[in-house]
Write a protein that binds this ligand. Structure first.
Ligand code: RBV
Length: 422
Protein backbone atom coordinates (compact mmCIF):
# COMPACT_ATOMS: atom_id res chain seq x y z
CA UNK A 1 0.00 0.00 0.00
CA UNK A 2 1.56 3.30 -1.10
CA UNK A 3 1.16 6.22 1.29
CA UNK A 4 1.55 9.98 0.71
CA UNK A 5 3.88 10.56 3.66
CA UNK A 6 6.73 8.40 2.39
CA UNK A 7 8.64 8.34 -0.88
CA UNK A 8 8.24 5.74 -3.62
CA UNK A 9 11.29 5.59 -5.87
CA UNK A 10 13.32 2.90 -7.65
CA UNK A 11 16.53 2.86 -5.62
CA UNK A 12 17.63 5.22 -2.84
CA UNK A 13 21.21 4.02 -3.38
CA UNK A 14 21.36 6.06 -6.61
CA UNK A 15 21.40 9.33 -4.62
CA UNK A 16 25.17 10.05 -4.94
CA UNK A 17 24.92 9.70 -8.72
CA UNK A 18 21.81 11.91 -8.75
CA UNK A 19 23.61 14.54 -6.73
CA UNK A 20 26.39 14.75 -9.32
CA UNK A 21 23.82 15.06 -12.13
CA UNK A 22 22.02 17.75 -10.12
CA UNK A 23 25.24 19.72 -9.54
CA UNK A 24 26.24 19.49 -13.20
CA UNK A 25 22.92 21.02 -14.27
CA UNK A 26 22.47 23.46 -11.37
CA UNK A 27 25.90 25.02 -11.91
CA UNK A 28 24.75 25.99 -15.42
CA UNK A 29 21.42 27.51 -14.37
CA UNK A 30 22.46 31.06 -13.53
CA UNK A 31 19.04 32.67 -13.99
CA UNK A 32 17.46 30.18 -11.56
CA UNK A 33 20.24 30.76 -9.02
CA UNK A 34 19.77 34.51 -9.33
CA UNK A 35 16.00 34.18 -8.72
CA UNK A 36 16.59 31.89 -5.77
CA UNK A 37 19.23 34.18 -4.20
CA UNK A 38 17.08 37.27 -4.57
CA UNK A 39 14.08 35.55 -2.92
CA UNK A 40 15.73 33.38 -0.30
CA UNK A 41 16.30 36.00 2.43
CA UNK A 42 12.54 36.35 3.11
CA UNK A 43 11.94 32.57 2.87
CA UNK A 44 8.55 33.22 1.23
CA UNK A 45 7.66 29.51 1.08
CA UNK A 46 8.27 28.74 4.75
CA UNK A 47 5.49 26.55 6.11
CA UNK A 48 4.07 25.81 2.65
CA UNK A 49 3.92 22.54 0.75
CA UNK A 50 4.65 22.75 -2.98
CA UNK A 51 3.69 19.75 -5.14
CA UNK A 52 5.70 19.39 -8.36
CA UNK A 53 4.40 17.29 -11.24
CA UNK A 54 7.30 17.72 -13.70
CA UNK A 55 9.82 15.79 -15.78
CA UNK A 56 12.12 14.58 -12.99
CA UNK A 57 15.42 15.61 -14.57
CA UNK A 58 18.56 17.17 -13.06
CA UNK A 59 17.21 20.59 -14.11
CA UNK A 60 13.93 20.00 -12.30
CA UNK A 61 15.94 18.89 -9.30
CA UNK A 62 17.53 22.37 -9.30
CA UNK A 63 14.06 23.98 -9.28
CA UNK A 64 12.86 21.78 -6.41
CA UNK A 65 16.04 22.58 -4.46
CA UNK A 66 15.42 26.28 -5.15
CA UNK A 67 11.90 26.04 -3.68
CA UNK A 68 13.23 24.19 -0.63
CA UNK A 69 15.81 26.96 -0.18
CA UNK A 70 12.88 29.40 0.00
CA UNK A 71 11.44 27.30 2.83
CA UNK A 72 9.05 24.94 1.00
CA UNK A 73 8.28 21.37 1.88
CA UNK A 74 8.58 19.71 -1.52
CA UNK A 75 6.60 16.78 -2.89
CA UNK A 76 7.28 15.55 -6.42
CA UNK A 77 5.69 13.16 -8.88
CA UNK A 78 6.39 12.65 -12.57
CA UNK A 79 4.76 14.73 -15.28
CA UNK A 80 5.24 11.80 -17.65
CA UNK A 81 5.59 8.06 -16.89
CA UNK A 82 8.84 7.69 -18.86
CA UNK A 83 10.90 10.79 -18.18
CA UNK A 84 12.03 10.27 -14.58
CA UNK A 85 15.72 9.92 -13.79
CA UNK A 86 15.81 7.37 -10.96
CA UNK A 87 19.11 8.86 -9.77
CA UNK A 88 17.59 12.33 -9.59
CA UNK A 89 14.56 10.97 -7.71
CA UNK A 90 16.90 9.35 -5.18
CA UNK A 91 18.92 12.56 -4.79
CA UNK A 92 15.77 14.60 -4.17
CA UNK A 93 14.70 12.21 -1.42
CA UNK A 94 18.15 12.43 0.19
CA UNK A 95 17.85 16.24 0.02
CA UNK A 96 14.57 16.14 1.96
CA UNK A 97 11.83 16.02 -0.69
CA UNK A 98 9.08 13.40 -0.82
CA UNK A 99 9.08 11.75 -4.26
CA UNK A 100 6.59 9.38 -5.88
CA UNK A 101 8.19 8.53 -9.24
CA UNK A 102 10.35 6.08 -11.06
CA UNK A 103 11.28 5.51 -14.70
CA UNK A 104 8.94 3.39 -16.81
CA UNK A 105 5.78 3.65 -14.71
CA UNK A 106 2.66 1.99 -16.02
CA UNK A 107 -0.29 4.30 -16.67
CA UNK A 108 -1.89 3.10 -13.44
CA UNK A 109 1.26 3.66 -11.36
CA UNK A 110 1.71 7.10 -12.90
CA UNK A 111 -1.83 8.14 -11.95
CA UNK A 112 -1.49 6.63 -8.50
CA UNK A 113 1.66 8.71 -7.88
CA UNK A 114 -0.03 11.91 -9.12
CA UNK A 115 -2.81 11.10 -6.68
CA UNK A 116 -0.29 10.59 -3.85
CA UNK A 117 1.16 14.04 -4.57
CA UNK A 118 -2.36 15.46 -4.17
CA UNK A 119 -2.77 13.55 -0.89
CA UNK A 120 0.12 15.60 0.52
CA UNK A 121 -2.30 18.58 0.80
CA UNK A 122 -0.23 21.03 -1.20
CA UNK A 123 -0.59 24.78 -0.91
CA UNK A 124 0.81 25.34 -4.39
CA UNK A 125 0.74 23.02 -7.43
CA UNK A 126 3.49 23.23 -10.05
CA UNK A 127 2.48 21.26 -13.11
CA UNK A 128 3.76 20.24 -16.54
CA UNK A 129 0.97 18.93 -18.73
CA UNK A 130 -1.92 19.62 -16.37
CA UNK A 131 -2.23 16.15 -14.84
CA UNK A 132 -2.06 17.21 -11.19
CA UNK A 133 -3.98 20.45 -11.77
CA UNK A 134 -6.86 18.76 -13.57
CA UNK A 135 -7.12 16.28 -10.68
CA UNK A 136 -7.08 19.16 -8.19
CA UNK A 137 -9.62 21.28 -10.03
CA UNK A 138 -12.09 18.59 -11.02
CA UNK A 139 -11.98 15.91 -8.37
CA UNK A 140 -10.29 16.67 -5.14
CA UNK A 141 -8.78 20.06 -4.61
CA UNK A 142 -6.96 20.13 -1.34
CA UNK A 143 -8.62 22.78 0.80
CA UNK A 144 -5.32 24.63 1.09
CA UNK A 145 -4.39 25.13 -2.54
CA UNK A 146 -3.89 28.85 -3.15
CA UNK A 147 -2.59 28.67 -6.68
CA UNK A 148 -0.72 26.79 -9.33
CA UNK A 149 1.62 27.19 -12.25
CA UNK A 150 1.73 25.41 -15.60
CA UNK A 151 4.94 24.75 -17.49
CA UNK A 152 3.89 23.65 -20.96
CA UNK A 153 1.62 24.49 -23.89
CA UNK A 154 -0.48 21.32 -23.62
CA UNK A 155 -1.19 21.92 -19.93
CA UNK A 156 -2.12 25.54 -20.55
CA UNK A 157 -4.54 24.40 -23.25
CA UNK A 158 -6.18 21.86 -20.92
CA UNK A 159 -6.47 24.41 -18.14
CA UNK A 160 -7.90 27.10 -20.41
CA UNK A 161 -10.67 24.64 -21.34
CA UNK A 162 -11.26 23.97 -17.66
CA UNK A 163 -11.44 27.68 -16.84
CA UNK A 164 -13.79 28.21 -19.76
CA UNK A 165 -16.16 25.64 -18.20
CA UNK A 166 -15.82 27.56 -14.90
CA UNK A 167 -14.57 24.36 -13.32
CA UNK A 168 -11.47 25.96 -11.81
CA UNK A 169 -10.96 26.35 -8.10
CA UNK A 170 -7.80 28.43 -7.85
CA UNK A 171 -5.70 30.64 -10.13
CA UNK A 172 -3.01 29.14 -12.32
CA UNK A 173 -0.14 31.09 -13.81
CA UNK A 174 0.75 30.05 -17.36
CA UNK A 175 4.53 30.05 -17.02
CA UNK A 176 4.59 28.60 -20.53
CA UNK A 177 3.38 31.94 -21.83
CA UNK A 178 6.18 33.96 -20.29
CA UNK A 179 8.14 35.40 -23.16
CA UNK A 180 11.40 33.92 -21.98
CA UNK A 181 9.77 30.47 -21.69
CA UNK A 182 8.00 30.26 -25.03
CA UNK A 183 10.91 31.80 -26.91
CA UNK A 184 13.84 29.92 -25.49
CA UNK A 185 12.55 26.68 -23.95
CA UNK A 186 9.87 25.82 -26.53
CA UNK A 187 11.92 26.72 -29.59
CA UNK A 188 15.62 26.38 -28.76
CA UNK A 189 15.25 23.83 -25.98
CA UNK A 190 13.02 21.48 -27.97
CA UNK A 191 14.90 22.15 -31.21
CA UNK A 192 18.16 20.89 -29.78
CA UNK A 193 16.76 18.05 -27.69
CA UNK A 194 14.62 16.78 -30.61
CA UNK A 195 17.67 16.66 -32.91
CA UNK A 196 19.57 14.97 -30.07
CA UNK A 197 16.83 12.33 -29.72
CA UNK A 198 16.86 11.53 -33.44
CA UNK A 199 20.65 11.27 -33.54
CA UNK A 200 21.00 9.20 -30.37
CA UNK A 201 18.18 6.81 -31.07
CA UNK A 202 18.78 6.15 -34.77
CA UNK A 203 22.41 7.19 -35.25
CA UNK A 204 21.58 8.06 -38.87
CA UNK A 205 22.69 11.00 -40.99
CA UNK A 206 20.29 13.94 -40.89
CA UNK A 207 21.92 15.95 -43.67
CA UNK A 208 20.17 15.41 -47.02
CA UNK A 209 17.05 13.91 -45.44
CA UNK A 210 13.54 15.27 -45.89
CA UNK A 211 12.25 16.12 -42.40
CA UNK A 212 8.51 16.65 -41.99
CA UNK A 213 7.73 18.90 -39.04
CA UNK A 214 4.06 18.74 -38.02
CA UNK A 215 3.02 22.01 -36.39
CA UNK A 216 4.77 25.37 -36.72
CA UNK A 217 4.27 26.94 -33.31
CA UNK A 218 7.37 27.86 -31.29
CA UNK A 219 8.28 24.17 -30.88
CA UNK A 220 7.88 23.30 -34.57
CA UNK A 221 9.84 26.39 -35.57
CA UNK A 222 12.69 25.40 -33.26
CA UNK A 223 12.74 21.80 -34.50
CA UNK A 224 12.66 22.93 -38.15
CA UNK A 225 15.50 25.40 -37.56
CA UNK A 226 17.76 22.83 -35.91
CA UNK A 227 17.10 20.02 -38.39
CA UNK A 228 17.61 22.47 -41.23
CA UNK A 229 20.91 23.49 -39.62
CA UNK A 230 21.94 19.85 -39.70
CA UNK A 231 21.30 19.76 -43.43
CA UNK A 232 17.76 18.38 -43.64
CA UNK A 233 15.21 19.75 -46.11
CA UNK A 234 12.14 20.81 -44.16
CA UNK A 235 8.51 20.15 -45.03
CA UNK A 236 5.95 21.68 -42.67
CA UNK A 237 2.35 20.63 -42.08
CA UNK A 238 0.27 23.25 -40.29
CA UNK A 239 -3.47 23.92 -40.09
CA UNK A 240 -3.19 27.55 -38.97
CA UNK A 241 -2.90 29.64 -42.15
CA UNK A 242 -0.70 32.37 -40.65
CA UNK A 243 1.74 29.88 -39.21
CA UNK A 244 1.71 27.96 -42.49
CA UNK A 245 2.60 31.16 -44.32
CA UNK A 246 5.31 31.87 -41.78
CA UNK A 247 6.81 28.46 -42.51
CA UNK A 248 6.67 29.24 -46.23
CA UNK A 249 8.43 32.58 -45.69
CA UNK A 250 11.06 30.82 -43.60
CA UNK A 251 11.83 28.88 -46.78
CA UNK A 252 10.13 25.57 -45.99
CA UNK A 253 7.71 23.61 -48.14
CA UNK A 254 4.20 23.45 -46.69
CA UNK A 255 1.68 20.72 -47.44
CA UNK A 256 -0.89 18.38 -45.92
CA UNK A 257 0.31 15.33 -44.02
CA UNK A 258 -1.37 13.09 -46.61
CA UNK A 259 1.08 14.53 -49.18
CA UNK A 260 4.07 14.95 -46.86
CA UNK A 261 3.78 11.28 -45.84
CA UNK A 262 5.05 10.22 -49.28
CA UNK A 263 7.99 12.64 -49.15
CA UNK A 264 9.50 12.47 -45.68
CA UNK A 265 12.42 10.46 -44.32
CA UNK A 266 11.95 11.80 -40.78
CA UNK A 267 8.69 12.94 -39.15
CA UNK A 268 8.52 14.99 -35.95
CA UNK A 269 5.12 15.88 -34.46
CA UNK A 270 4.90 19.15 -32.50
CA UNK A 271 1.18 19.95 -32.53
CA UNK A 272 -0.35 18.94 -29.20
CA UNK A 273 -3.12 17.32 -31.26
CA UNK A 274 -4.26 13.70 -31.44
CA UNK A 275 -3.80 11.41 -34.46
CA UNK A 276 -1.44 13.58 -36.51
CA UNK A 277 0.26 10.49 -37.94
CA UNK A 278 -1.86 7.36 -38.34
CA UNK A 279 -1.53 3.96 -39.99
CA UNK A 280 -3.18 5.51 -43.05
CA UNK A 281 -0.22 7.91 -43.37
CA UNK A 282 2.32 5.19 -42.59
CA UNK A 283 0.99 3.13 -45.51
CA UNK A 284 2.12 5.97 -47.82
CA UNK A 285 5.61 6.39 -46.35
CA UNK A 286 9.01 5.48 -47.71
CA UNK A 287 10.77 2.41 -46.40
CA UNK A 288 12.60 3.24 -43.15
CA UNK A 289 10.74 6.46 -42.34
CA UNK A 290 11.50 7.57 -38.77
CA UNK A 291 8.59 8.82 -36.61
CA UNK A 292 9.13 10.84 -33.44
CA UNK A 293 6.81 12.91 -31.28
CA UNK A 294 7.99 15.82 -29.15
CA UNK A 295 4.55 16.92 -27.93
CA UNK A 296 3.82 16.39 -24.24
CA UNK A 297 1.41 13.46 -24.64
CA UNK A 298 1.81 10.26 -26.65
CA UNK A 299 -1.30 10.94 -28.75
CA UNK A 300 0.14 12.63 -31.83
CA UNK A 301 1.43 9.44 -33.44
CA UNK A 302 -1.16 6.67 -33.29
CA UNK A 303 1.31 4.05 -32.03
CA UNK A 304 -1.43 1.51 -31.25
CA UNK A 305 -2.86 1.87 -34.76
CA UNK A 306 0.60 1.47 -36.31
CA UNK A 307 1.30 -1.66 -34.28
CA UNK A 308 -2.08 -3.08 -35.24
CA UNK A 309 -1.34 -2.47 -38.92
CA UNK A 310 2.14 -4.03 -38.70
CA UNK A 311 2.80 -7.57 -39.82
CA UNK A 312 6.08 -7.74 -37.92
CA UNK A 313 8.12 -5.78 -35.41
CA UNK A 314 11.55 -5.79 -33.82
CA UNK A 315 13.78 -3.52 -31.74
CA UNK A 316 16.89 -2.72 -33.77
CA UNK A 317 18.27 -0.28 -31.16
CA UNK A 318 17.35 0.89 -27.68
CA UNK A 319 14.10 2.84 -27.73
CA UNK A 320 13.33 2.07 -31.38
CA UNK A 321 10.51 -0.07 -32.75
CA UNK A 322 10.81 -1.14 -36.37
CA UNK A 323 7.33 -1.97 -37.64
CA UNK A 324 7.01 -3.86 -40.91
CA UNK A 325 3.89 -3.04 -42.85
CA UNK A 326 2.09 -5.15 -45.43
CA UNK A 327 4.16 -5.09 -48.60
CA UNK A 328 7.40 -5.09 -46.60
CA UNK A 329 7.99 -1.39 -46.00
CA UNK A 330 9.17 -0.46 -42.51
CA UNK A 331 8.46 2.55 -40.28
CA UNK A 332 10.65 3.28 -37.26
CA UNK A 333 8.89 4.53 -34.13
CA UNK A 334 11.07 6.44 -31.65
CA UNK A 335 10.34 6.06 -27.90
CA UNK A 336 6.96 4.42 -28.53
CA UNK A 337 5.48 7.79 -29.50
CA UNK A 338 6.21 9.29 -26.06
CA UNK A 339 7.90 12.68 -25.87
CA UNK A 340 11.09 11.64 -27.67
CA UNK A 341 13.30 14.55 -26.68
CA UNK A 342 12.97 13.55 -23.04
CA UNK A 343 12.65 9.78 -23.39
CA UNK A 344 15.23 9.09 -26.13
CA UNK A 345 17.41 12.05 -25.09
CA UNK A 346 17.66 14.05 -21.86
CA UNK A 347 15.28 16.97 -22.37
CA UNK A 348 16.33 20.56 -22.70
CA UNK A 349 19.73 21.86 -21.79
CA UNK A 350 20.17 23.41 -18.33
CA UNK A 351 20.96 26.88 -19.71
CA UNK A 352 17.47 26.96 -21.25
CA UNK A 353 15.67 25.39 -18.31
CA UNK A 354 17.30 28.03 -16.10
CA UNK A 355 15.05 30.65 -17.64
CA UNK A 356 11.87 28.56 -17.50
CA UNK A 357 12.51 27.58 -13.91
CA UNK A 358 13.55 31.07 -12.78
CA UNK A 359 10.08 32.07 -13.96
CA UNK A 360 8.57 29.11 -12.10
CA UNK A 361 10.31 30.01 -8.86
CA UNK A 362 9.25 33.65 -9.03
CA UNK A 363 5.66 32.60 -9.75
CA UNK A 364 5.62 30.13 -6.85
CA UNK A 365 6.88 32.84 -4.51
CA UNK A 366 4.30 35.23 -5.93
CA UNK A 367 1.46 32.75 -5.31
CA UNK A 368 2.68 32.23 -1.74
CA UNK A 369 1.47 35.75 -1.03
CA UNK A 370 -2.08 34.43 -1.34
CA UNK A 371 -1.37 31.93 1.41
CA UNK A 372 -0.47 34.91 3.61
CA UNK A 373 -3.79 36.54 2.77
CA UNK A 374 -2.25 39.17 0.51
CA UNK A 375 -4.20 40.14 -2.57
CA UNK A 376 -2.48 38.94 -5.70
CA UNK A 377 -2.63 41.00 -8.84
CA UNK A 378 -2.00 39.53 -12.25
CA UNK A 379 1.28 40.72 -13.62
CA UNK A 380 1.51 41.21 -17.35
CA UNK A 381 5.26 41.54 -17.39
CA UNK A 382 5.05 44.51 -19.70
CA UNK A 383 7.18 46.68 -17.44
CA UNK A 384 10.33 44.64 -17.85
CA UNK A 385 10.75 42.12 -20.58
CA UNK A 386 13.45 39.78 -21.63
CA UNK A 387 15.78 40.32 -18.68
CA UNK A 388 16.51 36.66 -18.13
CA UNK A 389 19.73 35.42 -19.58
CA UNK A 390 21.08 31.91 -19.66
CA UNK A 391 24.25 32.76 -17.80
CA UNK A 392 24.69 33.97 -14.27
CA UNK A 393 26.68 37.04 -15.23
CA UNK A 394 24.00 38.32 -17.57
CA UNK A 395 21.28 37.54 -15.07
CA UNK A 396 23.09 39.62 -12.46
CA UNK A 397 23.36 42.57 -14.84
CA UNK A 398 19.70 42.24 -15.76
CA UNK A 399 18.70 42.21 -12.11
CA UNK A 400 20.82 45.22 -11.27
CA UNK A 401 19.02 47.23 -13.93
CA UNK A 402 15.59 46.45 -12.57
CA UNK A 403 14.11 49.12 -10.41
CA UNK A 404 11.26 46.84 -9.26
CA UNK A 405 11.64 43.12 -9.70
CA UNK A 406 8.74 41.51 -11.55
CA UNK A 407 7.66 38.04 -10.50
CA UNK A 408 8.76 36.70 -13.84
CA UNK A 409 11.01 37.79 -16.61
CA UNK A 410 8.95 38.20 -19.73
CA UNK A 411 5.27 38.49 -20.50
CA UNK A 412 3.19 36.25 -18.34
CA UNK A 413 -0.44 35.31 -18.59
CA UNK A 414 -2.65 34.21 -15.79
CA UNK A 415 -5.24 31.70 -16.83
CA UNK A 416 -8.85 32.55 -16.13
CA UNK A 417 -10.14 35.12 -13.69
CA UNK A 418 -7.06 35.50 -11.55
CA UNK A 419 -7.53 38.65 -9.48
CA UNK A 420 -11.22 38.80 -10.39
CA UNK A 421 -12.86 36.72 -7.74
CA UNK A 422 -10.46 33.81 -7.52
N1 RBV B 1 11.30 20.12 -20.14
N2 RBV B 1 11.98 19.95 -19.02
C1 RBV B 1 13.18 19.56 -19.38
N3 RBV B 1 15.48 19.13 -18.85
O1 RBV B 1 13.97 19.33 -17.24
N4 RBV B 1 13.27 19.46 -20.69
C2 RBV B 1 12.07 19.81 -21.17
C3 RBV B 1 14.26 19.32 -18.41
C4 RBV B 1 9.94 20.64 -20.11
C5 RBV B 1 9.78 21.84 -21.03
O2 RBV B 1 9.71 23.02 -20.26
C6 RBV B 1 8.49 21.56 -21.77
O3 RBV B 1 7.60 22.66 -21.74
C7 RBV B 1 7.92 20.36 -21.06
O4 RBV B 1 9.05 19.66 -20.57
C8 RBV B 1 7.08 19.42 -21.90
O5 RBV B 1 6.48 18.50 -21.09
Amino acid sequence: MRRAGRSHIRDAGLAPRGRILHEWAASRMGALRAASSSLSRRRPLAGLTVAFCLQLTPETSALVAGAMRLGARAVACAGNPHTTSDAVAAHLVSAGATVHAWAGQSGREFRECVSLAMDSSPDIVVDDGGELSVLAHTRRAGPRIVGGTEETTTGVRRLRALFARRAARYPVIAVNDARTKATFDNAYGTGQSAADALMRSCGLLIASKAAVVAGYGPVGRGVAARLSGLGARIIVTETDPVRALEARLDGHEVMRMADAARRGDIFVTCTGQRGVITARHAALMRDGAVLANVGHFDVEIDAAGLRAAAVGSRRPRAGLEELTLRGGRRVILVAGGYVANLVAAEGHAPEVMAMSFANQLRCIAHLARRAGGHPCVPHDGSARQGGAAPHGGHARVARARQARKPPVQGVLRVIGGYGAGL
